[in-house]
Design a binder for this molecule. Structure first.
Ligand SMILES: C[S@@+](CC[C@H](N)C(=O)[O-])C[C@H]1O[C@@H](n2cnc3c(N)ncnc32)[C@H](O)[C@@H]1O
Length: 309
């Protein structure tokens, strides 16, 4: 990414919405009413056209619940009015908010922990072989737990602190990215982070919005290794030059249809160094995708070739 993707000014940080964006929307017998089919189809078409997100029939209640958040925020009476508002909004701001609420942002520190053990082994190998520049991409980084886990894992490898390590964290959702860049997490969200790592990489704070609650903020030396950028994975080619040593693209492929996945995987393949490592979510597969990746184990792939720069 070579320089271009990684050295721009940091995003301005808004008030973190912390728990709100990481919750799962409750739907079901007591959830919001399912939306009228035709309206649902128009929202689904918009999500597909703008972000490649494919929302299957049967998700009417989910879409209705998520759109309801924007209706409340904008004091609009119904989903039809909101759709018109979205279509008429030339700034694109509301479209970003729509994509933010419509996406599932669920994530956690050390999610699918075997990937971080592999990352540690991979970086140890590269450092021991003399590599000085390490580049890792967390595609679909959500609220930041994934790139911060990558950063803590990488910096735990002997010798890496002194090296040129940069992590690129991208997501389509601007508010979610702002929270990620803020790097503030509740005690509940911090649970998977071992005490020693917390003490080393986070500062304990009081939550300004809830004085009895404690928050943990990533220290500047952790944040400074990560660049947060907005990027739509459904619209390759991407502006980064690469090459990356490792790419995490986890728990986002499930939202895309096969042609979108194919374009994305081909783009990732083109940005990885030969020998580079690629992780997808445990429930995802590359089945039916034409690519040069060799599977190391389910959800972990490697490009053939010489692995060390
Ligand atoms: C379920 S989270 C996965 C977070 C993290 N990778 C993990 O595995 O824990 C999915 C993320 O994908 C993002 N996303 C959805 N569509 C996207 C797109 N077209 N381009 C980039 N990010 C997208 C969402 O905003 C959301 O933050």
């Amino acid at each position: 990414m070579a320089a271009s993707g990684m050295h721009r000014a940091p995003l301005t940080h808004g008030r973190p919405q912390r728990e709100a964006s990481n919750e799962r929307t409750e739907v079901g017998p007591h959830g919001p009413d399912a939306m009228e089919l035709q309206l649902f189809q128009r929202f689904a078409a918009l999500a597909y056209e703008k972000a490649g997100i494919s929302i299957k029939p049967g998700k009417e209640a989910l879409v209705s619940a998520r759109v309801a958040k924007r209706l409340r925020a904008l004091s609009l009476p119904d989903a039809e009015t909101y759709l018109r508002h979205l279509e008429e909004d030339r700034s694109g701001e509301e479209l970003m908010r729509f994509l933010d609420v419509i996406s599932t942002h669920f994530t956690s520190f050390f999610r699918e922990p075997d990937h971080f053990q592999l990352l540690e082994a991979e970086l140890t190998h590269r450092v021991e072989a003399g590599q000085r520049r390490l580049r890792i991409w967390s595609a679909a980084s959500s609220t930041g737990e994934e790139p911060y886990t990558i950063a803590m894992t990488a910096l735990g490898v002997k010798g890496v602190e002194a090296l040129d390590l940069k992590i690129l964290a991208t997501d389509i959702a601007a508010d979610t990215l702002r929270q990620a860049a803020e790097g503030c997490y509740s005690a509940a969200r911090m649970e998977p982070v071992p005490q020693a790592l917390r003490a080393r990489w986070f500062t304990r704070k009081r939550d300004p919005h809830e004085p009895t609650a404690e928050m943990w903020e990533a220290k500047p030396e952790l944040k400074s290794r990560i660049s947060f950028r907005r990027l739509n994975l459904a619209e390759p080619p991407f502006p980064m030059a690469g090459p990356f040593d490792v790419v995490f693209c986890r728990n986002v492929l499930i939202y895309f249809d096969q042609p979108t996945r194919q374009r994305l995987i081909s783009a990732i393949e083109g940005l990885l160094r030969p020998g580079g490592l690629f992780c997808i979510g445990h429930t995802e597969t590359l089945s039916g995708i034409r690519c040069g990746f060799k599977m190391q184990r389910p959800s972990v792939f490697r490009l053939p070739g010489e692995g060390v720069a």
